[in-house]
Design a protein around this ligand. Structure first.
Ligand code: TMP
Length: 210
């Protein structure tokens, strides 16, 4: 059995740190790969550069289409082959990012953004999604304190980032079976242990590996 697990949340919610710890823990008992969107493979990293370049002024629908194009190539080249090899795929962002950022915050609409993504993902939805929930003010403060790379989307207004969080909150209510919420304002140790509990329960329930 293979598992496609995605991690979602606003800027500064700690996805990459949590994924690193989850990867370490799961890889003791099962084959795991970690990847990210937009990016993860050469073509998608090039699209990422276009998308995140602060010098680009981009139409919202162009942005949504580029994220979907990057997603398609990454899915075909990286995710599907790993799932076919019965691996657990941990992916930093996937379609819910497009729904929250482009659908809600750019105000294109969930349905419109989902329709171009249906074409891109061809029904390959994640088995499980961990949503690291955090107030946008806290996340943005964290990234400015840590001097992490600042990109075109980080530069958006606080209202934009509030809409991203409302988008995620709405998605977690629409798809409670798939999207599990973790309070990302807690210590890293607690966020990681809450996340691992959810993943291990899910995998045990499906009856493999652990
Ligand atoms: P990252 O900061 O997690 O590396 O993601 C890059 C930025 O791209 C982040 O601001 C979220 C944004 N993004 C979207 O707007 N839509 C998407 O579909 C994805 C995958 C990311």
């Amino acid at each position: 059995m293979s598992y496609f697990i995605t991690f979602e949340g606003p800027e500064g919610s700690g996805k990459s740190t949590v994924i690193k710890h989850v990867h370490e823990a799961l890889s003791k008992t099962c084959p795991v790969i970690t990847t990210r969107e937009p990016g993860g493979i050469a073509i998608s990293e090039k699209i990422r550069d276009l998308l995140l370049d602060e010098g680009n002024v981009m139409d919202g629908r162009t942005e949504a289409l580029l994220f979907a194009a990057s997603r398609r190539q990454h899915l075909v080249e990286r995710v599907i082959p790993a799932l076919n090899e019965k691996k657990i795929v941990l992916c930093d962002r996937f379609v819910d990012s497009s729904l929250a950022y482009q659908g809600m915050a750019r105000e294109i609409g969930f349905d419109e953004v989902m329709s171009i993504n249906q074409f891109a993902i061809d029904n390959h939805m994640p088995d499980l999604t961990i949503y690291l929930k955090l107030a946008p003010e806290v996340g943005l403060r964290r990234i400015s304190d840590n001097r992490r790379e600042n990109n075109r989307l980080d530069q958006e207004t606080i209202d934009f980032h509030k809409k991203v969080v409302s988008g995620y909150n709405e998605l977690s209510m629409l798809y409670p079976e798939r999207i599990k919420v973790v309070d990302a304002s807690q210590s890293v140790e607690k966020v990681v242990s809450d996340t691992l509990t959810i993943i291990e329960e899910y995998i045990n329930f499906r009856g493999e590996y652990l």
